[in-house]
Design a protein around this ligand. Structure first.
Ligand SMILES: Cc1cc2nc3c(=O)[nH]c(=O)nc-3n(C[C@H](O)[C@H](O)[C@H](O)COP(=O)(O)OP(=O)(O)OC[C@H]3O[C@@H](n4cnc5c(N)ncnc54)[C@H](O)[C@@H]3O)c2cc1C
Length: 411
């Protein structure tokens, strides 16, 4: 008698869903694998990711180091990375003809600089292993009946599966997780991560486009602080320094309703006394030199001029003329420049939702639910998110692969 093929249904045609489906079909050729996607597009985030270049992973080859880049889920990913790490991602794509390259800041992209290369590779693998993709299938309910998963779709169709992997990405609102209710999983309420700061009506925005390679931002009345490249925009501040702060502070900043005070140290970690000594030395040695011509700290020229104006410096002043009131004001602006943030702006190149399926209810060694048999989770649906730089896709590949391996060994 012919044995019926076991069936895996993967919910969501994103990075995690594709990776789970392809690897499960590859590792267990007699498993029937189907991806259900609610929209009419596959891999739509991969397409637009990294400004159309797809920042696939990060050139970090230490598990402990990489795990620290996840504001939520550090311990969970640390365990998972032992099974599928950045080196495995690089090799997986390389074996399928996709070379990745690392940029100076560690971000890794396909050498073609096009996300389409990743999409083409994944589509080719789906075809190679006979994975079925059904579009416009919005899954509305999951129910276990007599040892089989009943997957209810919006058109009232019900599909049956031995294994289900939920790879439906993050949802911005708590109610959007309702379709998973029957699985009894707890949901950590979602909040946005990776956003930029709005500083409305502040004259600093006139300096849009200026980049300070190493500035420090400290959020007042909080422990949040970060150093890195800071970009001034026409609405406020962006750049890795801000984006990483937004990730670490995703929940805290939402509680503050995105209304909070920051201080910027334009000189990384310079202290007031240190600057006082430096200015004193300059007054002694270069007293006759015009201050505005002497960009003492090699800051971007427009920023230096702006800080002098804000501190009340007169254009014709020489170092020897500098009154102590204006000198103190400049020192304060250089290392403790206050701003009021009011609101956030979505970062177009990469954004994610923090929150999702509670990690205590999922086994990081298999991605299987601890509450329900044969139910798996992968990708952003889990309460895992990384800072900007390829960490979110790495988590999608890792969790998708681990779920696939576990399903293949159980099938
Ligand atoms: C603009 C942008 C750029 C980004 N750039 C990068 C980057 O360069 N590097 C990086 O590491 N990260 C990046 N990210 C984050 C990264 O894209 C996500 O973390 C990653 O795509 C998550 O993959 P996923 O498969 O879990 O979810 P998704 O990619 O969100 O895929 C989930 C899929 O499930 C479908 N779905 C949802 N609910 C259902 C349902 N009920 N039934 C059926 N289907 C359903 C959705 O339509 C979707 O197609 C970016 C994000 C954005 C928004």
């Amino acid at each position: 008698m012919m044995q019926q093929k076991k069936q895996l249904i993967v919910i969501g045609a994103g990075a995690a869903g594709f990776f789970c489906a392809i690897n499960a079909a590859r590792l267990h050729p007699s498993l029937q694998v189907i991806i259900l996607e609610k929209s009419s597009k596959v891999l739509s985030k991969v397409k637009v990711s990294g400004g159309g270049r797809c920042n696939v992973t990060h050139a970090c080859f230490e598990i402990d180091e990489l795990s620290k880049r996840y504001p939520r889920g550090e311990h969970f990913v640390r365990k998972a990375f032992h099974q599928f790490f950045t080196t495995d991602t690089i090799q997986w794509f390389q074996e399928r003809g996709v070379q990745l390259k690392a940029e100076a800041d560690g971000r890794m992209f396909p050498v073609t600089n096009s996300s389409q290369t990743i999409i083409d590779c994944l589509l080719k693998e789906v075809n190679r292993y006979g994975v079925g993709i059904l579009m416009n299938r919005d899954v509305q309910q999951l129910k276990l009946e007599a040892g089989k998963w009943q997957v209810k779709i919006s058109n009232h169709e019900i599909m049956e599966a031995d294994f289900v992997c939920v790879a439906s990405g993050g949802f911005p609102k708590l109610q959007q997780f309702d379709w998973l209710k029957e699985t009894n999983h707890s949901i950590v309420p979602p909040v946005p991560s990776l956003f930029t700061f709005n500083i409305p009506h502040h004259p600093i925005t006139k300096l849009m486009g200026v980049v300070v390679p190493e500035a420090t931002i400290k959020i007042q009345a909080s422990k949040l602080k970060n150093t890195g490249p800071l970009l001034i925009t026409h609405w406020g501040m962006s750049g890795p320094c801000v984006l990483k702060l937004s990730a670490w502070g995703a929940r805290e900043l939402q509680e503050k309703n995105y209304d909070f005070s920051i201080v910027v140290n334009w000189l990384k970690d310079a202290k007031e006394q240190e600057l006082k000594d430096k200015l004193q030395a300059i007054r002694n040695s270069n007293g006759s030199q015009k201050i505005s011509n002497h960009n003492l700290f090699q800051l971007p020229g427009r920023l230096w001029q702006f800080l002098l104006e804000e501190a009340g410096f007169k254009d014709e002043w020489r170092w020897a003329d500098l009154p102590s009131k204006e000198q103190n004001k400049l020192i304060q602006l250089l290392c403790n420049h206050p701003f009021q943030v009011k609101g956030k702006t979505t970062f177009k190149e990469e954004f994610v939702t923090a929150g999702g399926i509670h990690l205590k209810q999922v086994d990081p060694n298999t991605m299987q639910s601890k509450l329900q048999p044969h139910l798996f989770f992968a990708g952003e649906i889990l309460d895992v998110d990384g800072i900007t730089g390829g960490f979110n896709f790495q988590h999608a590949w890792t969790s998708g692969f681990i779920a696939a391996k576990a399903i293949a060994s159980m099938a």
